[in-house]
Design a protein around this ligand. Structure first.
Ligand code: ADP
Ligand code: MG
Length: 256
């Protein structure tokens, strides 16, 4: 049975997409069967996995509208070693098109049930909002991975997300839990970052992943080559951290 994780944080630019594609590539590297689902109409995770969002015949949009199955709409990225259920601008319309549909927040969950035996991990890249698309992600998932930068307002921003996750847990998906907080773009030389990191550990304890992702320019360069950093430059510090994170995730799911 596949373990399904959402990478979510309602803030933009915090490293969700970078985390999703690099974790997917890291897991693939250690022999896990991975499906990456892009739920952001910007399609950055799609492009960043070597799939051209403009020339996709079918996408996650078609899956949400039940006009295609996951198997039909997903493509295998040879370079990255995982399957991609891509997104593009079309997805922005799904919210409106599903407005009158019953149980619309469960569309993705239903679709993923059909491929449950085919993957070890399904990773869902969420848009920077708590929208119906994100809700579809949260309803499908066993857990949420929250990437965050150790900045002054980081903890404040977490409150909304934690409350949303609690509500989804109570009303829609009793499996849902925060798997962990992942410190990303971390620079230990910045005193504030190590202070916020300490606060995080004091507040969330075990929920803070051991792995820390450093700020690393190779991770930022990789998307322009249509690749995750882990594939583009596996030896880079940031890539090595994500490969380590994949190992930590495999360990965590054994305890779930
Ligand atoms: P989100 O999906 O939350 O909007 P992204 O993953 O797209 O965030 O990251 C925002 C920007 O920060 C991108 O330009 C990305 O390349 C860059 N970035 C993300 N993580 C790192 C990192 N560890 N080191 C350097 N740059 C990073
Ligand atoms: Mg993104």
């Amino acid at each position: 049975m596949a373990k399904i994780f959402c990478v979510a944080n309602q803030k933009g630019g915090v490293g969700k997409t970078t985390t999703t594609v690099n974790l997917a590539a890291g897991l693939a590297k250690i022999g896990q069967r991975v499906l990456m689902v892009d739920l952001d109409p910007q399609g950055n995770a799609t492009m960043g996995s070597g799939v051209d969002k403009r020339s996709m015949a079918l996408s996650v949009y078609d899956v949400l509208l039940e006009s295609a199955s996951v198997t039909e709409a997903a493509t295998y990225s040879e370079k990255c070693g995982y399957h991609v259920l891509g997104a593009n601008r079309e997805l922005a319309g799904a919210e409106v098109e599903l407005v009158d549909v019953e149980r619309r927040e469960r569309r993705l969950k239903q679709a993923l049930a059909a491929v449950d035996g085919e993957y070890d991990f399904v990773l869902i890249d969420c848009p920077p909002s708590l929208s119906m698309l994100t809700l579809n992600g949260l309803c499908s998932a066993h857990g949420v991975i929250v990437p965050m930068q150790c900045e002054y307002f980081a903890l404040e921003g977490l409150t909304d997300l934690v409350n949303t996750i609690k509500q989804v847990h109570a009303n829609l998906n009793k499996d849902l839990q925060i798997i962990g907080l992942l410190r990303v773009m971390y620079d230990p030389r910045i005193t504030l970052q190590s202070q916020v990191s300490d606060q995080l550990k004091a507040h969330f304890g075990e929920k803070v992943f051991d792995t820390v992702i450093p700020r690393n320019v190779r991770l930022a360069e990789a998307p322009s080559y249509g690749l995750p950093g882990v594939v583009f430059d596996p030896a880079a510090r940031g890539s090595q951290a994500f490969i380590g994170f994949a190992g930590e995730m495999v360990e965590r799911i054994q305890k779930m």
